[in-house]
Design a protein. Structure first.
Length: 228
């Protein structure tokens, strides 16, 4: 009775898990899969049990997967995690994060690998959209001749975005508050400090024309900042 109860618990955990779960034999064949994994890759359980994991893995990701699997089998790795692509039955790409561990039999010989499979396709898509957005912002910034900075408050460290420091002829991308003040023309420093304090307090927007001294040369700039 205890054994039957334990088996039922195991089956429930396997089938109702929020992540995909697979058991993979030493030859790469899928020997057990849960429904979540079936849904993830678009195959029925019966179809998957006639396939190897290589059959549904993106060709460019097979070598890395096989290499880490081999290290687990030989005892070089107790477990491993990797990101890879499955090819859905309909042909589209499914990005996943695999956490894999080797299971040994009673004689301590490698028996099968158990994989916990998380679908990260939406995360990958979001990251790609962010990279695209950043690239477009960088291009627009450069074309418009704008320099963008991030200021960490209260540490008051200034960090240039998109190589903006090069646009201004500055030798590095990060500056302390004292270094930024030193770049400002002496006659403009008091006014800049006053406007900065007003901006931080929310009393007035920070929009200011002032002079910078870069490599001994005077340059007029229009600075605008938003505080969050």
């Amino acid at each position: 009775e205890a054994a039957r109860h334990a088996h039922l618990q195991y089956t429930a955990t396997f089938e109702q898990a929020a992540a995909g779960i697979t058991h993979v034999g030493m030859d790469g064949r899928l020997i057990r899969v849960n429904q979540r994994f079936c849904d993830m890759v678009g195959y029925t359980r019966e179809e998957l049990l006639h396939l190897r994991f290589q059959d549904i893995t993106h060709p460019d990701d097979i070598a890395d997967d096989e290499a880490q699997m081999a290290q687990a089998i030989t005892g070089q790795l107790s477990d491993y995690t990797l990101e890879k692509r499955y090819i859905h039955r309909n042909g589209h790409i499914v990005w996943v994060k695999l956490t894999v561990a080797l299971v040994r039999d009673g004689d301590k010989a490698p028996d099968y690998l158990i994989s916990i499979v998380q679908d990260i396709t939406s995360v990958k898509a979001t990251n790609e959209a962010l990279r695209t957005s950043e690239r477009l912002i960088r291009q627009a910034t450069q074309l418009a001749g704008l320099a963008s900075w991030v200021v960490e408050v209260p540490s008051m460290r200034f960090r240039a975005l998109f190589d903006s420091h090069r646009m201004l002829g500055l030798p590095k991308a990060e500056f302390t508050q004292a270094e930024v003040i030193a770049l400002c023309h002496p006659d403009d420093r008091a006014h800049m400090a006053q406007k900065w304090v007003q901006g931080i307090k929310g009393e007035a927007p920070y929009i200011l024309e002032h002079r910078m001294l870069v490599n001994g040369q005077e340059r007029w700039i229009l600075a605008q900042a938003e505080f969050e």
